[in-house]
Design a protein around this ligand. Structure first.
Ligand code: CDP
Ligand code: MG
Length: 132
C-alpha cells in the first residue's frame, strides 16, 4: 500500500465537481484517508509550488490557486503515486488520454482541475504540507 496527495483545484470546486472527482477516485480503487477544504493564501500556494520558482507560469498559477477553495486529500492504494498520475492524465487536457480526469473535466493547461504528487519524496512532503 502506498499513499499520495491529490488536490481538487479551484476551477473544479467552483463547478461543483468535488463529489464527481471523489467518485472517480473511489471507483478506481483509491481509499480517502484524509480530506478537507482550504482557502490557500498566496504565501502557502507559493510554498507548495516552490519547485516551479522562476517558471513563467508561476504567478498566474498562484493567483489561480488562491481564487477559490481547494480540497487536498490523502489517498491510499497499491502503486498509488503512479496510478493516480495515470488516472489524472497529462498536464494539458488537450494531451490527456481518453478517460482521464483531466481529459474529462479540465478547462485548460492551468485550470486543469487536479494536482497529484509525482514521486514518493514529493508525496511524503505534500501530505505533510496539508495534514501534519
Ligand atoms: O500538475 P502537473 O504535475 O501535471 O504539472 P506541472 O508541470 O508540475 O505544473 C504544475 C501546474 O502548473 C499544472 O498542473 C498547471 O496547473 C500549471 N501549469 C501552467 O499553468 N502552465 C504550464 N505551461 C505548465 C503548468
Ligand atoms: Mg507537478
Amino acid at each position: 500500500m502506498e499513499r499520495t496527495l491529490l488536490i481538487i483545484k479551484p476551477d473544479a470546486t467552483e463547478r461543483n465537481l468535488i463529489g464527481h472527482i471523489v467518485y472517480r477516485l473511489e471507483r478506481a480503487g483509491f481509499r480517502v484517508v484524509n480530506m478537507r477544504m482550504e482557502q490557500l493564501t498566496e504565501v502557502r500556494a507559493r510554498e507548495f509550488y516552490a519547485v516551479h520558482e522562476g517558471k513563467p507560469f508561476l504567478d498566474s498559477l498562484v493567483s489561480f490557486m488562491v481564487s477559490g477553495p481547494v480540497v487536498p486529500m490523502e489517498l491510499e492504494r497499491e502503486n498509488a503515486i503512479s496510478s493516480l498520475r495515470e488516472l489524472i492524465g497529462a498536464t494539458n487536457p488537450k494531451d490527456a488520454a481518453c478517460g482521464t480526469i483531466r481529459q474529462e473535466i479540465a478547462r485548460d493547461i492551468e485550470k486543469n482541475s487536479v494536482h497529484a504528487s509525482d514521486s514518493p519524496e514529493n508525496a511524503k512532503k505534500e501530505i505533510a504540507f496539508f495534514f501534519e
